[in-house]
Every structure is written in C-alpha cells, then in structure tokens.
Design a protein around this ligand. Structure first.
Ligand SMILES: Nc1ncnc2c1ncn2[C@@H]1O[C@H](COP(=O)(O)OP(=O)(O)OP(=O)(O)O)[C@@H](O)[C@H]1O
Length: 267
C-alpha cells in the first residue's frame, strides 16, 4: 500500500497540489482520475521520487520515502516499475534488449542466462513471445505498450505506475492493455497506480478511483460507486466523457445507430 499524506506542491507560488491525502491499495488497479492540469502527473512524479513535495510525506508499505536516507529511497525505487505515456522504448535496441535493460541496471548480479530467461518469460506474459528480435519501429502502438509493461515488470516490481496507458491507442487495443495491467496486478499482487482521464478504463478496471480536481482529492471510491456520486465536479467530468455522452444518446434516441460523435458522425 502507498500512503500519501498532506502532499503539497507549488511552482513559482502557484499551488498545484493542495494537501493530497490518499492511499493506493495493494493488489488493485488504483486510478488517478481527473481532467487536464489537475495535478495528476505532478502527484505521480512526487510519488515515484522524480519531484520533491514542498510539504507532506509518501509511505511505501510502511516505509517513509520522502526525506528518508538515500539507501532506503533507492531500495524503494528498485521496486518501482514504470510504464511511460509514449512507451519510451530505446529505438536503437531490440524489443528483448529493451526488456533486459532494467535488469542490467538493477540486478547486475544476474547471469546472462537468467536475464535471457526472465526477458523470455516477461515477453511471453504480455503475449510477445515472438517479437524479441524486432526493433521498436517495427511494432504497433499496442505492442509497444506491451513491451513497456514487460520492461516494467521484468525486475519483479512491487509497485507499477502507468502514465495514461491508453494514449494513442484505439478503443479495442485500449481495453486489451487495461485488462493486461489488471491481470498482472492481481497475478503478482502489485500496487498499481494508473493516471488516466479515460472513462472506459474507469468502467473496465477501476477498482479504486481517486478523483483529483484543481490539486485536491474530491472523491475516492470504486467503479460501482462512481456513476451515482453527488460531487458536482466529478459528475461534470463523467458526463462530459465521450463514452457517457454516447451512451446517453443511445438511451435518449434508442439503438446503436444513435451512437454518434460530437459532430454527429457515426462512431
Ligand atoms: N515543472 C513544472 N513547472 C511549472 N509548472 C508545472 C510543472 N509541472 C506541472 N506544472 C503545472 O502544474 C499543473 C498540473 O500539471 P499536471 O501535468 O500535473 O496536470 P495533469 O493533471 O497531469 O494534466 P494532463 O492530463 O493534461 O497531463 C499545470 O498547471 C502545469 O502547468
């Protein structure tokens, strides 16, 4: 479990995080939800240690991370896997070399054979057993995300952070990636934090959702609770999503033919 206590962050006197208190539960997909500019990425960076909060603390399974000794912070960092928004693969390395990279950095004691086995295992786990020799430019966006997931879990992470894992993917591929993250979270009992503004993800894998608005946590709960909330800012966020707008049109006008985008074209 990750605990965030009274985290505050300002840039040039402008407060971006205004005292966030929340927990990310173990073995669950925890979604950090909110519109653009609400502070999701800043909070994520504070949690993973890329940015220092001005005030407040972050605790990983009872060990304080913020302002702790360098050795303790490094130990926690070794347990963090990260899936970046654009996948962030090294273009000059093969898929297998990309997955092996954190193992070379974090577990230099591993033999070459152990490393090969672990890479093979992780690629198989994400459904890419035959893609190891390909270059990133030769694989699709969805496959790149899978490589990113394999790379994040290769060092057997305890905490998995995913920054907008569906960005740039079509809806069907997005659901597959969401489900893969969900399966892996449960299989390895990882604490997973997913930054998103995608209502599809909320409905698919939102086991614990934290809604941020203007640097504050306004609500947290589950996907079963979110559609009945009475928080005006969250209601507005939900009902402005394309998924809910489309569903409403089906309700109002009846039938799949009524599903149209904002301009009225069929989707
Ligand atoms: N390094 C920085 N220096 C100054 N301001 C920053 C910095 N990083 C973020 N901000 C500001 O903090 C606010 C929150 O940004 P953040 O990137 O966390 O939003 P977000 O919720 O992740 O939005 P999005 O979904 O669009 O990525 C924004 O106003 C942004 O301009």
């Amino acid at each position: 479990m990750i605990e965030v206590s009274n985290v505050q962050k300002a840039f040039d006197g402008n407060p971006v995080l205004k005292g966030i208190n929340c927990t990310f539960e173990t073995g669950k997909c925890n979604l950090l939800l909110g519109g653009s500019g609400t502070g999701k990425s800043v909070l994520l960076q504070c949690i993973v240690g890329l940015m220092k909060p001005d005030i407040g603390s972050i605790t990983f399974d009872g060990t304080v991370y913020t302002n702790n000794k360098v050795g303790i912070r490094q130990e926690i960092r070794r347990k963090i896997g990260m899936l970046f928004q654009g996948s962030a693969l090294f273009d000059s390395m093969t898929v297998a070399e990309n997955v092996a990279f954190p193992l070379q950095m974090l577990t230099p004691e591993m033999s070459a054979e152990e490393r090969r086995d672990r890479v093979e295992f992780c690629l198989k786990r994400v459904g890419l057993e035959n893609a190891g020799t390909k270059m990133p430019a030769e694989v699709s966006g969805g496959m790149k995300k899978r490589v990113g997931i394999a790379r994040a879990i290769a060092p057997q992470c305890t905490y998995l952070f995913c920054d907008e894992p569906n960005s740039g993917l079509d809806p069907a591929t997005s659901i597959k990636i969401d489900n893969l993250i969900h399966e892996i979270t449960h299989e390895y009992n990882i604490t997973t934090v997913i930054v998103t503004h995608d209502m599809n993800s909320v409905i698919e894998i939102g086991e614990h959702i934290i809604f941020l608005y203007e640097g504050q946590k306004l609500w947290d709960g589950t996907k079963d609770e979110i559609l009945n909330v009475e928080v005006p800012e969250l209601k507005e966020f939900i009902f402005s999503s394309s998924l809910v707008r489309a569903a409403k049109r089906v309700d109002d006008e009846g039938g799949l033919a009524a599903i149209t985008d904002e301009q009225g074209a069929n989707i």
